[in-house]
Design a protein around this ligand. Structure first.
Ligand SMILES: [Cu+2]
Length: 151
C-alpha cells in the first residue's frame, strides 16, 4: 500500500512539474547580433524557466515597428511571449505576471536601458518602471522597481 502511495505521489509530482513547464510559453527574442545586454536578458529569462529562441537581426527598429512598440518605449531587444510584445529589460517576474493577468494590451516595455535591470549590470543601479502599451501607443503603469536588485 505504501509503495503504491509513494508511486502515485511520484506520478502526481511529475505531472505537476510538467504542467509548470508547459505553462510558460517560449520567448522569441529579436536582437542585433552584437547586443551583449540582450544576451544577458535571454539568460535571465532562461534562469526563470522560459524556453527561449533568439532571432538575430541587424535592423532591430524594423522589428519594433512591425510589432507596434511605441517609439518612446523602445529599448534594445524585442521579444514575443505568449502573444505579448516584451520590449527591453523587463524582469521575468513581470512577464509571468503579464501572462497570468492577461490584460488587454499589446505588450510591456522597460524603456531605455536602466542600469540594474535584468541583463544590465552596472555600478549605479537605477529605479525603473515597466509600462503596458496598446496598439494605439497608449501607455499605463504596470510595475515599478527600486534598487537594490536581486534578480
Ligand atoms: Cu539591453
Amino acid at each position: 500500500m505504501k509503495a503504491i502511495l509513494r508511486w502515485t505521489t511520484g506520478l502526481l509530482l511529475a505531472t505537476a512539474a510538467t504542467a509548470v513547464v508547459a505553462e510558460l510559453p517560449e520567448a522569441v527574442v529579436y536582437k542585433s547580433p552584437t547586443c551583449g545586454c540582450c544576451a544577458s536578458w535571454v539568460a535571465h529569462m532562461k534562469a526563470n524557466g522560459f524556453r527561449t529562441k533568439v532571432v538575430e537581426q541587424s535592423d532591430i527598429n524594423a522589428v519594433k515597428q512591425r510589432f507596434g512598440v511605441p517609439a518612446q518605449l523602445a529599448s534594445c531587444h524585442t521579444a514575443l511571449v505568449g502573444g505579448y510584445v516584451v520590449e527591453g529589460h523587463v524582469p521575468a517576474s513581470a512577464v509571468k505576471r503579464l501572462l497570468k493577468e492577461n490584460p488587454g494590451a499589446l505588450g510591456v516595455s522597460a524603456p531605455g536601458m536602466p542600469i540594474g535591470s535584468p541583463g544590465m549590470d552596472g555600478p549605479s543601479q537605477q529605479p525603473f518602471a515597466v509600462q503596458l502599451f496598446d496598439e494605439r501607443g497608449r501607455t499605463r503603469a504596470f510595475e515599478s522597481y527600486r534598487p537594490p536588485y536581486h534578480w
